[in-house]
Design a protein around this ligand. Structure first.
Ligand SMILES: [Cu+2]
Ligand SMILES: [Zn+2]
Length: 160
């Protein structure tokens, strides 16, 4: 299920250290198509670090400006085009293998399905987690795609 986004991504810049250690930083900015005064002004960054090819990726989320104590869907979308039509030009959840929408812990899911993140009493999201499908290497790399935090909660593929 797709939701309207509050903010979207900017870009994924990449720095390479050594042969396989990759760090990518995504600077988040408000969705230009929702830039009315009623829309939260969310800023911050998401940092992705993958130490080895095929290894897990650490994802660190550091955002502010959200509504307080609220749950938001958090995904990697297919395209890095956040300019032309906002969320629409970001395309669907990144899914090179065409699987179903699901939760991060599910075996079959879109690579971009990172579930939900929750804001604290100050409207900040500060969290970090490991993901085993998101990669910064090879054909299925997420570099250059977009990270979207949505206004609403992700249903994680349906009731379960
Ligand atoms: Cu999304
Ligand atoms: Zn999905």
């Amino acid at each position: 299920m797709e939701f309207p986004a509050v903010i979207i991504v900017v870009s994924l810049a990449v720095m390479v250290r050594g042969d396989s250690h990759v760090t990518a930083v995504c600077h988040m900015e408000q969705n230009k198509q929702l830039s009315g005064s009623s829309s939260p002004k969310v800023t911050g960054k998401v940092t992705l670090v993958q130490q080895t090819i095929g290894g897990p990726t650490q994802i660190t989320v550091d955002l502010k400006g959200l509504t307080t104590n609220s749950v938001h869907g958090f995904h990697i979308h297919n395209s890095g085009d956040i300019i032309s039509r906002g969320c629409q030009s970001c395309g669907p959840h990144y899914r090179p293998d065409g699987t179903q929408h699901a939760a991060p812990r599910d075996q079959k899911r879109h690579i971009g399905d990172l579930g939900n993140v929750m804001s604290n009493s100050k409207g900040e999201i500060k969290t970090a987690f490991i993901d085993y499908l998101v990669s910064l290497h090879g054909n299925d790399s997420v570099i250059g795609r977009s990270i979207v935090i949505h206004a609403l909660r992700d249903d994680l593929g349906g009731a379960r």
